[in-house]
Design a protein around this ligand. Structure first.
Ligand code: SF4
Length: 216
């Protein structure tokens, strides 16, 4: 019997315009070995938790989203599940060959390239990488990333033009979930965004849906 590859996922979003080029699906994986001070995705850090999905389940979900041009892999640390995510991209591209891929990583590009065959396999399937840990003292209103040490690395020509586009925050998106709760996605232009949002919502009687979100 063929082996089934599993991925541990903290959260999924089927349409997002603030975590990469165009309209994208987003997968926040569960688990990160780093502990950046000020990480706003604390619930994604333990390797326990999240929900488990097969590669085929996630590929079916992505292929069923006709109005997105690709997926952004966030977390958590995508390169901690590099082999499974590489397999996911291969599976999706058998049905949607032009499906693009972007990933965040707390590791630098140079370190990922030295990191072994599984990390290289995922790197080779990406169009864009946002690399490096979040550093709160370097926080800025930057495009798709939280701190100025983080880089947008174009790994194919697909989004090479991003290097010459304005480096300004794409902001955040608020969503109302099916159960009526609120959630948000994106990279806040100012530190402390999540705490402030939760405080203001609580004062108005709303509860923010606590799940994985991208680091600030
Ligand atoms: S900011 Fe990113 S790399 Fe750093 S601890 Fe949070 S999820 Fe991990």
């Amino acid at each position: 019997m063929a082996e089934v590859t599993l991925l541990s996922v903290a959260r999924r979003l089927d349409r997002c315009t603030v975590l990469g080029p165009g309209r994208r699906a987003v997968i926040w994986v569960q688990g990160c070995p780093l502990r950046c001070r000020g990480c706003v995705a604390a619930e994604t850090l333990p390797f326990e938790g999240g929900t488990t999905h097969t590669v085929d389940e996630l590929a079916d979900w992505l292929c069923g989203l006709p109005d997105v041009e690709g997926v952004t892999l966030s977390g958590g640390e995508p390169f901690s599940q590099a082999a499974g995510l590489a397999e996911l991209l291969d599976t999706v591209r058998t049905r949607r060959p032009d499906f693009s891929a972007m990933a965040y990583s707390g590791f630098r590009h140079e370190a990922l390239r030295r990191g072994g065959p599984e990390r290289l396999a995922l790197l080779r399937r990406l169009d864009l990488l946002v690399d490096g840990p979040y550093v709160a003292s370097l926080h800025g209103g930057l495009r798709w990333r939280g701190s100025s040490n983080q880089r947008i690395v174009a790994l194919t020509d697909r989004y090479a033009s991003t290097a010459t586009e304005p480096d300004i925050s794409a902001g955040v998106e608020l969503s109302v979930e099916a159960d009526g709760s609120l959630s948000w996605a994106g990279v806040p232009p100012a530190p402390g965004f999540r705490e402030g949002l939760e405080r203001q919502l609580a004062a108005r009687g709303f509860v923010l849906h606590i799940e994985a979100r991208r680091e600030s």
